[in-house]
Write a protein that binds this ligand. Structure first.
Ligand SMILES: C[S@@+](CC[C@H](N)C(=O)[O-])C[C@H]1O[C@@H](n2cnc3c(N)ncnc32)[C@H](O)[C@@H]1O
Length: 198
């Protein structure tokens, strides 16, 4: 068993009590360690390629609060952006975050943030359709230094820890980062709300 597999084992063991969230955490941590190693293999550079002194990675300690279930198991099958007429998908929220869903069923639309866990993270220029090459920050490609995806979804129904929604565009098993009410549903804040800073 290699060094990475050992650390992955340890992490998975220590997080097992947290259920599936632990396994997802393990996968992402494992990938991060592998990426750091790949950056150090300068002898693998091809003629003309250039490596930069990338800043040391920092750990934002993200917590996966759930998992997204969709009909898509292959990136090529996924829509490029979700549609309000897309298939009903399921967002499963893990304990202990289920209580945080209080009030969500009163929201018509939600903003979903998710971790595009199958993405590489090292491209600064890319051509997702094989056409024009563009800077990563000018496009919504899943390939980015921090592969966070966002979608506005329509809430179909909420059943306990399970949300049924339309409008997603991610792979089955994509880790859930956060849920927020769609900001376009908010008008200008009332004066007493402004003072709370929230
Ligand atoms: C263009 S991205 C848009 C994501 C999000 N709506 C956004 O704008 O931030 C959607 C594409 O990401 C890819 N994708 C979906 N889920 C993924 C995952 N878990 N890991 C890596 N790539 C994924 C699929 O190719 C999908 O068509």
């Amino acid at each position: 068993m290699g060094e990475h597999e050992r650390s992955c084992e340890t992490l998975a063991g220590s997080r097992r009590a947290a259920g599936e969230a632990g396994d997802l955490f393990c996968i992402v941590r494992f990938k991060a360690e592998r990426e750091i190693d790949l950056n150090n293999r300068e002898h693998d550079l091809r003629p003309g390629e250039r490596a930069v002194a990338a800043p040391a990675p920092t750990d934002a300690s993200l917590t996966f609060v759930g998992v997204i279930r969709t009909p898509w198991t292959d990136r090529a099958q996924c829509p490029r952006q979700g549609s309000p007429d897309g298939p009903v998908c399921v967002i499963e929220v893990f304990p202990p975050w289920v209580e945080a869903l209080d009030g969500v069923d009163g929201r018509e639309r939600l903003e979903v943030l998710y971790w595009l866990h199958e993405s590489r993270r090292d491209l600064v220029a890319q051509s997702p359709r094989g056409g024009v090459v563009r800077g990563t920050f000018s496009i919504r490609s899943p390939v980015r230094p921090n592969p966070i995806g966002t979608a506005i979804v329509r809430l179909v129904r909420l059943e306990g820890a399970i949300l049924h929604v339309r409008g997603l565009d991610c792979l089955d098993g994509t880790p859930l980062l956060d849920l927020k009410p769609d900001r376009s549903l908010f008008g200008a804040p009332a004066p007493d709300e402004t003072s709370s800073g929230r």
